[in-house]
Write a protein that binds this ligand. Structure first.
Ligand SMILES: [Zn+2]
Length: 216
């Protein structure tokens, strides 16, 4: 699943993973755990994230490779969220998933100005990572509904930092979109609107493509 930060990838991936009964493999979640546990990798990753930079390919490819070796990805497949982000990562993914490869890349398209507004209003639980916003706050005074943790604006969610991340994303992802298109793997889905409507669009697009592939 491709898409700008704030496009709703995380929310939609959780829904799709339930719908298709496949594991949702989020590099963001894997990173959060590593940072929280303070592993050597987690500390390294923290430095890049504090600077608002994307992580180097070798760190990301390593953790995804380890995850895809687990048994739960083998039977019904898997849904990747936040990976690949670069052509180097996409090449690595092809190698990791041989001989089956991947079925489809979905680009969840939401215009930059829309995601900027969403991200600036975003709030997150410091303990469990649950997402809130200024429009959808927790029931009690910025205390997480899930775990009771503190809900705050992430220090890297200032408008300047957000614009910088979106610029980086455009730079790195434009060639990736071309990469998937050249392999006839890309589907673009409109990510603007109610989350239920977006989910319905995604399921339609994915099912259509799967039926088409089975027919071949
Ligand atoms: Zn929480």
């Amino acid at each position: 699943m491709l898409g700008r930060q704030g496009a709703g990838k995380g929310t939609q991936c959780v829904r799709l993973s339930r719908h298709y009964v496949v594991p949702h493999i989020s590099t963001g979640d894997m990173l959060r755990v590593a940072v929280k546990e303070g592993t050597e990798f987690g500390r390294k990753a923290q430095e890049y994230m504090d600077a608002g930079d994307l992580l180097p390919d070798d760190i990301i490819i390593g953790i995804v490779d380890e995850r895809l070796e687990k048994d739960d990805t083998r039977n019904r497949g898997f849904l990747l969220d936040g990976f690949p982000r670069t052509v180097t990562q996409a090449d690595a993914l092809l190698e990791i998933t041989q001989p089956q490869g991947i079925d489809l890349a979905v680009n969840l398209e939401v215009p930059t100005e829309v995601v900027l507004k969403r991200l600036a209003g975003r709030r997150v639980c410091t303990d469990c990572g649950a997402n809130y916003s200024v429009d959808e706050s927790p029931a009690h005074d910025w205390t997480c509904d899930v775990c009771g943790g503190e809900v705050v604006q992430r220090p890297d969610d200032t408008e300047g930092a957000i614009r910088r991340r979106l610029d980086l994303y455009e730079q790195e992802t434009a060639p990736l979109i071309a990469w998937f298109m050249a392999r006839d793997k890309l589907v673009v889905v409109d990510g603007v609107g109610h989350p239920d409507d977006v989910t319905a669009r995604l399921v339609r697009a994915i099912d259509r493509r799967r039926d088409h592939q089975r027919a071949r």
